[in-house]
Design a binder for this molecule. Structure first.
Ligand SMILES: *[C@@H]1O[C@H](CO)[C@@H](O)[C@H](O)[C@H]1NC(C)=O
Ligand SMILES: *[C@@H]1O[C@H](CO)[C@@H](O)[C@H](O)[C@H]1NC(C)=O
Ligand SMILES: *[C@@H]1O[C@H](CO)[C@@H](O)[C@H](O)[C@H]1NC(C)=O
Ligand SMILES: *[C@@H]1O[C@H](CO)[C@@H](O)[C@H](O)[C@H]1NC(C)=O
Ligand SMILES: *[C@@H]1O[C@H](CO)[C@@H](O)[C@H](O)[C@H]1NC(C)=O
Ligand SMILES: *[C@@H]1O[C@H](CO)[C@@H](O)[C@H](O)[C@H]1NC(C)=O
Length: 319
């Protein structure tokens, strides 16, 4: 009953781009917001690496403002996630086969319960990571208005960049994540916000260690009601490494939007949705090189019956 109530409140009060409720909630969304949550191109998904297809158009991105430390406007407890608002006049992404320039509005996170109980939304071959970070951007033709993109029901209206977060036992792995998570004590409850976060962190510093030329691409939706199918998803293969103690701060500091008592925000991810025939693509393999050679068994081994070039390809470039 409480779970359902929270879900209804979330659905009514925050039909926005961040996460909602606890892990048990999302099964009700198709009833609450059937227009899209019961659609056929929903997110997140489980990425099956052996089914990923090569796409030579998935070139590198151009990231603007990711090295600028004056782009973080505020950090807010939205009741279902922690959302950092970005200065969308300074931060943008293009390239990578996106159809134009996308202005970055915010990033938010999804997590489980500490680093041992995972909470990423996307999974890879069934593996769920401890956390996932989503940078939400809107096509420049909408002049920074996410609601305009949603109203247009434009399948290319939003571009979300998804980054997995993996736990490392190294203490205080990155200074930036220490600074970011230190703000959480200022926003324990739903609706609380602080603007005192400028000039300290850049997006680049939070994404340290990720090769941003290697990613998966598919067409999907927001992962919260109304689950609008307006998102070009980019999910990067390399995880960001963040120390366990910093990951734990998320599930031990902030509270869900709740009627009366404080309930720690945990498991604020949606479970994976059916692919329904959608294809996940990724970078094509390099035509030559060592990996290529290894795929051809040296003579006199006979070629294995049933091995097709396509299968060899996928072995070559996945990972
Ligand atoms: C969701 O869609 C399926 C078929 O696409 C339909 O059978 C089901 O009744 C729908 N559920 C809701 C809650 O609308
Ligand atoms: C999260 O983990 C803590 C400590 O292990 C535990 O006490 C708590 O019940 C867990 N919460 C949920 C929602 O699983
Ligand atoms: C965006 O701004 C341009 C120029 O000011 C205007 O022509 C256009 O209608 C605006 N689009 C939206 C969706 O607000
Ligand atoms: C949204 O657009 C899709 C096609 O991209 C269409 O199938 C669907 O009916 C539209 N939904 C609404 C509510 O307009
Ligand atoms: C990690 O960061 C915390 C908080 O800033 C600090 O108290 C602690 O000494 C740091 N630990 C290490 C090993 O640097
Ligand atoms: C933020 O960027 C400005 C300009 O590049 C620089 O002077 C300043 O030292 C930076 N602040 C921090 C905390 O790195």
């Amino acid at each position: 009953m409480i779970v359902l109530l929270v879900t209804c409140l979330v659905a009514l009060l925050s039909p926005s781009v961040h996460s909602a409720g606890s892990s048990a909630d999302y099964t009700h969304w198709p009833k609450i917001a059937p227009t899209f949550c019961n659609g056929s191109k929903q997110s997140p998904i489980n990425i099956v690496t052996s089914s990923v297809q090569g796409n030579s158009k998935l070139t590198s991105f151009t990231f603007t403002g990711f090295d600028d430390n004056s782009t973080f406007i505020s950090i807010t407890n939205s009741g279902d996630s922690v959302v950092v608002s970005l200065d969308d006049e300074k931060v943008a992404v293009k390239g990578g086969d996106l159809p134009g320039l996308y202005n970055a509005k915010q990033f938010h996170l999804h997590w489980g319960n500490g680093s041992s109980s995972p909470g990423s939304e996307h999974t890879v071959d069934g593996k769920q990571y401890p956390m996932e970070l989503h940078i939400v951007s809107v096509h420049s033709k909408y002049n920074g208005s996410v609601s305009a993109a949603l109203a247009a029901n434009d399948s290319t209206g939003l571009a979300v960049l998804g980054f997995f977060i993996e736990a490392t036992s190294e203490q205080n792995k990155t200074k930036s994540w220490d600074i970011l998570t230190s703000f959480l004590t200022s926003i324990p409850n739903s609706g609380s916000t602080t603007t005192d976060i400028m000039d300290q962190i850049t997006l680049d510093s939070l994404l340290e260690g990720v090769d941003r030329t290697k990613y998966y691409r598919y067409q999907g939706s927001l992962t919260t009601p109304d689950c609008n199918e307006v998102v070009i998803w980019t999910v990067f293969k390399d995880p960001i490494k963040v120390s366990q103690n910093l990951i734990k701060r998320f599930s031990t500091t902030t509270n869900f939007k709740a009627a009366s008592t404080s309930v720690l925000m945990t498991n604020n991810f949606r479970g994976v949705q059916p692919l329904n025939g959608r294809v996940v693509t990724s970078q094509v393999p390099q035509p030559a090189g060592r990996a290529h050679q290894r795929l051809h068994p040296p003579q006199p081994y006979p070629a294995l019956p049933g091995w097709k070039p396509v299968e060899l390809y996928s072995i070559c470039w996945i990972r």
